[in-house]
Design a binder for this molecule. Sequence first.
Ligand SMILES: [Zn+2]
Length: 144
Amino acid sequence: MQQYGDAAETAPEDGLLLGQTERYVEYDAAGRVVKGQDIKAHSRYEEDVHPNNHTSVWGSWWEGGQWGYACCHQTIKNSYCTGEAGLVAAEAQADQMQLNIERKAEEDKAREENGGNLEVCVMFLFAILHVRHLCSCLTLLLMH
Ligand SMILES: [Zn+2]
């Protein structure tokens, strides 16, 4: 947890610098950029931007084959940061998920005595994770 805190402390400076740069962009009557024409280059540094109140950058978290935010462990790029609360909730969900998966695995194992169908288990895990992300996305939509 502490390691994320350290990363967050150095990060706002980048966002501030970027914000300042963007303010200098000027457009002519035709909508073309007069000043700050290098602004497109910033897409290259998108990983330095902290959108939607996130205190960590996109890609600072990795789970189940998906990138996310270390600050709240969300794996939806456009999601709003739920911070510590979201992190705790996500962990609780993940624990519950793990319990469910283990229970399911045991059931499967009991059913087919060999129980060696790991591939199906992994696919099930990914499906569950995907549903969870959809759920947290919907929750966020309702909240905002
Ligand atoms: Zn976040």
